[in-house]
Design a protein around this ligand. Sequence first.
Ligand code: NAD
Length: 494
Amino acid sequence: MNWNDAARQVRWNIQPFIDGRYKPSSAQELADDLNPASETMLCRFAVGSALDVDEAVRVARQRFDEGCWSGLPPGRRAATLMRLADLMVEHKEELALLDALEVGKPISAALFDVERFAADRLRSWAGFADKLVGASAPMVSATMSLNVYEPRGVVGAIIPWNFPTVNAVYKLGPALAAGNTVVLKPSELSPSSALKLAELAVEAGVPAGVLNVVPGLGATVGAALASHPDVDFLSFTGSTVTGRKIMELSARSSGKPLLLECGGKSPQVVFGDVDNLDSVADATVQSVLYNQGQVCSARTRLIVEQAIKEALLEKVVRRAREYKPGDPLDEATTFGPLASPAQRNRVKGYIEQGLKDGARAVLQGKVQETGGCYVEPTVFDRVGSHMSIAREEIFGPVLCVQQFKTESEAIALANGTEYGLEATVWTRDMGRARRLAHAIRAGEIAIRTSGAEGPASGCLLSYEPRKASGFGSELGIGGLESYSCLKAVHLSGA
Ligand code: NAD
């Protein structure tokens, strides 16, 4: 496929998709849609408005109350979402290209995201649609008490830009499978694939108005959705700072319940008993540099036992040095630009701060200042726990290395940030593995001994982030539970 030709043929159409069709936004002001690989403009689009949100919520409410989706047998919803997953795969080039152009995602990775990540997970949630069963209490005299799951109603969903198609599916998958209607706000950096998904949903048979997408800025569309009184549940993925704003907006309006998937600063703890440092180095570099480090669960803190630190660091640096940023539309590229000039500047700021604070850059990547948001990998050794590079989410290709001598020191370092999303522990000692799995405050923990990680079946399991990383679960059947309400029904009568 000639991706450059395909890119020239994209017809940009960024406007609200409500009730199964595109409608112009009521906003006059425009925002730029930028290609971060060249810092050139792809198109301009309306910043969106509270009126757009009102309209989308009104339609979503009407469709919910009509029961055209919530009232279907769950198996029918499942079949429709399976069709949507198939359509995503049929349109994978288009979806992947939109993500590659808007956020600089390497095209090969973007194709993988659509097919193996987004479509597969959508099938997984669809498969749970008819398996969410309630409970019944022991029968007492003439009363029968049942617990039934009901969809929450109108779900507002706000998502970031780091995996545009995947992030959208992570919201609409469990929300629609559970029978809700949805108003989705994609990131202003990457609105196009979510709009395409909404078109495909209608083609798959999701009734018009069940999935609506309102593009626009966080301060306009996002805030309007978070504070809308007729949104029954708000699901947010993004930074912890914005997550806290969402809590305030919700509290000040209707007090709607929330699901928050926020930032991370995940540790990779390596004990000296691992027998294959090459596996650890491969996994470390892959975790930190995948998607240019713009991954919430990236293991950006390498916490390593002193005795093996130098040997491991040498292997990590050798591998990281090989990552050279390339054109996202070249299928051979595995490492592209950061998603925006703001993201580039943020990462650059953290690198400068790390140097100022006294961390030692054993690898310091170049930062391209204009004509493309390219940032090469940086590895910091001798990182103190007080430094901002150790505590704050950088969301770029920067690894911080810290060392420990004892298990309790390792645990303290792993737990030493406000985040609690994910963690990896490398050890062959299963007693220690169990102790750390318990002691590390994170929603998901991988224990590894050696070799490559097997294919992930983890998406079938639910987990909740800890601390500032958020709350509520999305994956597995727990995702459908999050988007449902339990009701107790007591039946009595002669
Ligand atoms: P962000 O918080 O800046 O924006 C996220 C979304 O919120 C965007 O759609 C944005 O427009 C919207 N928004 C911004 N201000 C708002 C406001 N005042 N009211 C309502 N909505 C508002 O985050 P980002 O830069 O787009 O994404 C990066 C962040 O996302 C990182 O912190 C990363 O860890 C996090 N993330 C978390 C997960 C997870 O599963 N925990 C997954 C992916 C990304």
